[in-house]
Write a protein that binds this ligand. Sequence first.
Ligand code: URA
Length: 436
Amino acid sequence: MRFVDLIEKKKRGGEHTKEEMNFIISSLMSGMAEDYQVSAWLMAVYFKGMTLQETAYLTEEIITSGEVIDLSPICQHGEKVLDKHSTGGVGDKITLILIPLLAACGIPIAKLSGRGLGHTGGTIDKLESIPGFKTNLEIDELIQKVKDVGLAIGAQTKRLTPADGRLYALRDVTATVDSIPLIASSVVSKKIASGADYVILDVKYGSGAFLKTSEEASELAQWMVNIADMLGKKFHAVITSMEQPLGRAVGNAIEVIESIEFLKGNMTTDIKELTYEMASLALTSLGKAQNKEEAYQKIDEAVTSGKGLEYFRQLIRSQGGNPSVIDNYRFFAQPNYAYQIKSPQNGFIWNVDAYKTAYACKLLGAGREKKHDIIDYSAGIYLNKICGEPVTEGEVVATLYANDADKIEAAQEYLKEAFSYSYEQRNRGSLIYKII
Ligand code: URA
């Protein structure tokens, strides 16, 4: 087989066999194929697409390019291993809330998460804003912690799906990231290699997501669910709007604080809707609740009894963090500066644009442009007002936090632009567009 012939085949819209896909990925990994050849093949895939079968073959090849984690030791009674994945959002702290709540409902969880890049935040950065919290866990350590306390969250390791890392690096510089089969194989391979049998995907669309429309998000979600099914795994996808940030906090420590508040019972409607929907999918799919009603009762009980919060405390303690942050937020790093943005009129908040908010947050130092940028955990934004809420002229609509006055100066203009106002009240409606 020659790589050039496979580029030619895809260029003409042909369908690769399993053997050909194996050749493509093993040539990439061994260095037999040059980067320019793989890039040309990626561009051919971008324009000609792939069938579901080809995408499933590619996904399998990416999975077997590295280690595959066996999480069966955490399932003493033959339960399925659960994972949750978001395609990336602004203010998306659902993992921090969902994982302790599910652990409180009897579902053991060993989760690998990523760091933030570009305008979206990452769970690992948020957790590392808790002083002492260690995310660099060996797989044995991760499993042991789940056995000890019921849950653990570690940073993704490079030993998993190395072919995805190489393909993504080429896609990133050849304008071939936004291809549905390539995204689907990338996401599904990582989840399966992390040991999951059952995954809930949160596929986001809107200004703060990398897919802009609900149709694109639904198509990607359907591909991921179908490919997982072809590989013997059950995935659910929840398609959700990311037109506006989730909740009121955007940043790192500030999002952990909002998550702790949620677990203490102080919930914003949007976070509640999404968390309860996902938790209820998990509880019913894994046989922990008969139906949605029972699932909602169990989640309510995990919050009101304080059990969910207790699991979060255990998670922090077991991973070396300071659990006192739960009772006193001053144990988080404190920013030097705070600056308030005020409403220019009476009326209602019509919209808070997710992308502009995220961009402002990155300027404050809470996000990264490049992989190795250092982030400031104390920087962030608190939205005192969100969509649909009434405001009076001069009332505070948002507060920016940073350690550098220049950063506040740069960010505040963007954040002002994120807000739009109206004289009529807008009902934001449901965040959830569809479940697949
Ligand atoms: N996220 C991923 O993990 N992979 C992609 O290809 C795109 C987004």
